[in-house]
Write a protein that binds this ligand. Structure first.
Ligand SMILES: [Zn+2]
Length: 301
């Protein structure tokens, strides 16, 4: 399923030519008009409505679809995809969409709502962004760890799946999407290298986190997360005592919490270990910038 392996030399050449044409100052529609002679232009058709579950996916779709897509995010800023429920106006958006890019890793919002959402719009193409990603097993009623998007290496696979979905709903503009995908995959590769670099000098590989979002990140960059909350449940007093002991034993002075989740117990533990709570978010739209910020926050502790 790897996009770059799947691209033929001819397709790569076509992408390079398209870039040159754009460099000359022409509008996108010129280079993306298919050889078949159809008259698709970016000014003559409205944007393709694409629905996503979480904000980072909005960046993925916008970077692949650019000005051909109009993205609607189901779980708004500050809300949790483990608990959020859509509003009637969001379901109206769904009825106009051409594609739904689901995370696909059994995140609770999708478990609860995806069937109802599809009922609103049976014509919509549903893309599973998790296709081809190895899920990490966790103790959970459904599937594996849902936080797949928080490793840039998984994000590359998600972006490939989104590319394939956009080509399915809009094949006339395949070259346009291919060129955009290549560029964004390069940015993700660059991000991957920057994260490796940021963490290269880090001796203490254990981080304490409130919500267990970072398992894929930790797997791919050689860290280990110690979560306070497990399967949506707050720790017991005995659990808190164990976490304080683990923090002290591992010289942990920072607890990472997220603005999307209440973190009272993070404060309790931080006070006990004479440390502090640092906020990082797993759900920021500006993925590239947010992920390097997260890596730098982890690197500092
Ligand atoms: Zn989560």
């Amino acid at each position: 399923m790897n996009f770059r392996r799947g691209l033929s030399a001819a397709q790569i050449a076509a992408v390079i030519i398209a870039v040159i044409i754009i460099g000359a100052g022409f509008g996108w529609y010129i280079s993306t008009t298919p050889a078949s002679g159809s008259t698709v232009t970016s000014t003559s058709i409205s944007k393709l409505g694409v629905i996503v579950t979480i904000l980072p996916q909005a960046e993925f779709v916008e970077r692949v679809g650019r000005d051909r897509v109009e993205v609607t995010v189901m779980v708004p800023p500050g809300a949790s995809p483990h608990t959020y429920e859509p509003t009637p106006s969001q379901l109206q958006e769904v009825s106009r969409a051409k594609m739904y890019a689901k995370v696909g890793s059994d995140v609770e919002f999708e478990l609860a709502w995806i069937d109802k959402i599809i009922d609103f719009n049976k014509e919509m193409v549903v893309v599973d962004c998790s296709k081809g990603i190895d899920l990490i097993n966790v103790e959970r009623e459904h599937g594996g760890d849902p936080h797949i998007w928080l490793s840039p290496r998984n994000a590359e696979i998600m972006v490939n799946n989104i590319y394939e979905g956009l080509v399915q709903i809009d094949p006339a503009n395949q070259e346009y999407y291919a060129k955009n995908t290549v560029k964004y995959l390069q940015d993700l590769d660059e991000l991957d290298k920057e994260i490796v670099q940021a963490l290269s000098g880090k001796e203490n590989r254990k981080i304490m986190v409130y919500h267990p979002s970072w398992e894929y990140f930790c797997r791919d960059y050689g860290l280990e997360q110690i979560p306070i909350e497990k399967r949506g449940k707050e720790p017991t007093p005995q659990g808190i005592a164990n976490l304080i002991e683990q923090a002290n034993a591992n010289n942990i002075k920072v607890i990472f919490a997220s603005p999307e989740f209440s973190s009272e117990n993070a404060n309790v533990i931080a006070i006990e270990i004479g440390g502090e709570v640092v906020l990082i978010s797993p759900l920021i739209k500006n993925y590239l910038k947010n992920m390097i910020k997260v890596a730098e926050a982890f690197a500092k502790v």
